[in-house]
Ligand binder design. Structure first.
Ligand code: KG4
Ligand code: ZN
Length: 332
């Protein structure tokens, strides 16, 4: 079964053709990051206009790379939430239009669920029950998957998402946007033990997260140094921040896995591309647990994960009505 997946929830215009939810025949991603860089964040109006310009060429490119024609497709899928309304509408409308014209099933996809499918797409040995953690620019979701497509939220952020904290700290340090990859790069030259930043955990066994405290601590630390006209070691701050983030994520993640008695853990979302975090979690994990990270190109937003998730829904006999609307605040 050949599924065309489309993803436009944020600032990537992406289309992919995936066979039977496993084999990626094409995976085209056009990032708008250069357009948004000077604003230190995504400007929704610019994002939706760019999606509109790119959506048809990107779909054509994904079909061309897969050496497929529209008539070869069996279904069309697109992300319908969560994300930016104007951005979501572009990919969703394109997918619904194609499905209608080609008389194919249309499948609306939850972007958060799709991030998990970056793992299922890559590693056939992953079998629920398991614990998953999505860490991206907009979300921090700790989830229990009892069986395929059955999700229970165990913990979430009470303020900023992890990726958002990376982006904001990179802005404080003036090292560029998006902040995650910049912090990772700069941190390589720093000492992660050099600055004592706060770790936030909640009482009463809560598995929730909070990242605004550490961001504010970095802000005050830098301001204080500037006031004293002391040198600011960007590398030390980046490394210390990255270590504390890894510790906060690791604590709740392994606690959840232990509470749910699972043997497998999966990660997803842009922040799971962070190699320091990956090796930290590998080192911290209890011996009998397996931890999976998507290949780097499938951590950040892409449409292959959308098509793979759509295949799982089709297998369960599910499709979506063409009246399905974009849902910017869609949860799990
Ligand atoms: O999943 P994603 O592409 O988009 C959303 O759904 O939000 O995630 C983007 C986020 C950004 O905040 C970016 O700074 C972060 O992922 N990110 C990273 C890394 N690469 C991307 N954070 C830490 N380390 C990285 N290597
Ligand atoms: Zn995402």
């Amino acid at each position: 079964m050949l599924i065309l997946g489309i993803e436009t929830s944020c600032d990537e215009t992406a289309a992919a053709v995936v066979e039977n939810g496993k084999k990626i025949l094409s995976n085209v991603v056009a990032s708008q990051v250069n357009l948004h860089r000077k604003y230190w964040g995504i400007v929704p109006e610019i994002a939706s206009r760019k999606h509109l310009e790119l959506i048809v060429p990107i779909i054509k490119e994904s079909l061309g790379e897969a050496q497929m024609k529209l008539k070869d497709l069996d279904a069309v899928a697109a992300t319908y939430g969560p994300g930016l309304l104007g951005s979501l509408l572009v990919g969703l409308t394109a997918a619904k239009g194609l499905a209608y014209a080609l008389e194919l099933p249309f499948i609306g996809i939850n972007h958060l669920e799709a991030h998990f499918y970056a793992n299922f797409l890559s590693y056939p040995e992953i079998i629920p029950p398991l614990v998953g953690l999505i860490i991206s620019g907009g979300h921090t979701e700790l989830i229990y998957l009892s069986k395929e497509r059955e999700y229970e939220i165990l913990g979430t952020t009470r303020d900023d998402a992890v990726g958002e904290a990376f982006d904001k700290v990179a802005r404080i340090l003036d090292i560029g946007y998006p902040g995650g990859p910049e912090i990772e790069k700069v941190a390589k030259k720093g000492n992660p033990q050099s600055i004592d930043l706060p770790l936030t955990h909640f009482k009463n066994n809560s598995l929730d997260f909070s990242f605004s405290g550490i961001k504010t601590a970095v802000l005050y630390y830098v301001k204080d140094l500037e006031r004293k006209k002391a040198p600011v070691s960007t590398a030390d701050i980046a490394a210390s921040f990255q270590l504390k983030i890894a510790q906060m994520l690791s604590k709740n993640l392994f606690k959840a896995a232990w509470q749910k008695k699972v043997k497998q853990i999966i990660l997803g979302g842009g922040v799971s591309a962070n190699l320091f975090l990956r090796s930290f979690l590998e080192k911290e994990k209890p011996g009998q647990m397996e931890i999976f990270f998507p290949p780097l190109e499938l951590c950040t937003d892409n449409a292959a994960m959308v098509a793979a998730c759509a295949y799982a829904k089709v297998k369960q006999g599910k499709s979506s009505p063409l009246s399905l609307d974009a849902q910017p605040n869609l949860g799990f």
